[in-house]
Design a protein around this ligand. Structure first.
Ligand code: SF4
Length: 329
């Protein structure tokens, strides 16, 4: 089976947008690929100056993945900082990546604008570390959304440059274009994101979910129960699209005809979100009771990832031509 690599930054609690997009896709990919899934905690430092909750978020991410169905006996699940070889490779790839390639990356420009007080070296070098993550494990496939294609193209350029300078060490990773659904946030104005505070967190209880949904913004033009609604502009309706597919047409016509009020519509959504997440939440609760198990999974994942990483770095060092001595300390 071809090897897939994907990573996610542990910068906060994960939410249903992450679940419907990346996490469910991770679970499916296990059927067709050898998957390597990494909690990229070093990448988190490019935007997070405050790290007091970094290890908590790292565990949270692993818990979410395992509860959703990522099987650590089939996939390698590990934490980026537990495999130090990635830092070596990051440094070496940085030596052959022209700065101009990095400065043109749209997300660098966006992030530099968003955090002018912290335009750090890691922010501009982000695509190099991302490339190192992928190629250290010789992954051939990277699941990406359309918006991430330029990043993968840059990774491919870096690989081509390395291979042309030092020999064919790395496979050029290919994109597995994935249709990640854009899940609207509860504020109705932008996509669900922890930075906007408009999320339903995956570890929320049924009651916490209910409170969040009941406070969600709906069609702003619908002021009275008797006003016809406009599902096309209502984010509650968009969320129904993910959780209430069997009833979606009925809900649409009931809304347009004002046969259903927003309160009842939100109650239905709450019920469907909670029903759909019940197996995940139960499994997650069980795992929370077994912290040693989760640490064991991450430790075994790091061990398996390092077996690949060490071998790759031996090939890289030899290809570049570093002086080799046995037992260097
Ligand atoms: S009835 Fe539902 S879909 Fe229609 S506006 Fe209200 S919340 Fe939105």
């Amino acid at each position: 089976m071809k090897r897939v690599f994907s990573g996610a930054r542990p910068t906060g609690k994960q939410h249903i947008g992450n679940y419907l997009g990346a996490i469910q896709n991770y679970v499916k990919l296990q059927n067709d690929y050898e998957c390597v899934y990494c909690v990229v905690d070093v990448h988190a430092l490019t935007t997070a100056e405050e790290t007091t909750r970094l290890s908590e978020y790292t565990i949270d991410m692993a818990l979410d993945w395992l509860a959703a169905g990522i099987d650590p006996t089939r996939s390698i699940v590990f934490v980026q900082s537990h495999v130090p070889e990635v830092m070596q490779l990051y440094t070496l790839l940085g030596m052959l990546t022209p700065l101009s390639w990095l400065l043109r990356v749209p997300t660098f420009k966006e992030k530099a604008k968003a955090q002018p007080q912290n335009v750090n070296h890691g922010l501009v070098g982000y695509p190099i570390l991302q490339t190192a993550d992928i190629v250290l494990y010789k992954a051939e496939i990277v699941p990406v959304g359309e918006d991430q294609l330029p990043h993968l193209e840059l990774a491919r350029e870096i690989v081509r440059r390395f291979n042309s300078l030092y020999g064919e060490i790395f496979p050029e990773p290919s994109a597995k274009l994935t249709d990640f659904p854009i899940v609207m946030g509860l504020d109705g104005s932008q996509k669900m994101s922890k930075s906007y505070g408009n999320t339903i967190d995956l570890d929320s209880s049924d009651e916490e979910t209910r409170v969040k949904v009941m406070n969600a913004v709906t069609d702003p033009a619908r002021r009275l129960r008797s006003d016809p609604g406009h599902p096309a502009v209502c984010n509650v309706f968009k969320l129904h699209g993910h959780f209430s597919q069997d009833e979606i047409e009925q809900l649409k016509s009931d809304c347009i005809a004002a046969h259903i009020g927003c309160v009842d519509c939100k109650k239905k959504l709450t019920q469907h979100v909670n029903q759909s997440l019940t197996p995940f939440r139960e499994r997650r609760k069980e795992l929370v009771q077994r912290p040693e198990y989760v640490l064991d999974v991450l430790s075994d994942g790091a061990r398996r990832a390092r077996l690949i990483a060490v071998k790759t770095m031996q090939q890289v060092d030899a290809a570049i031509g570093f002086l080799h001595i046995r037992d260097a300390v």
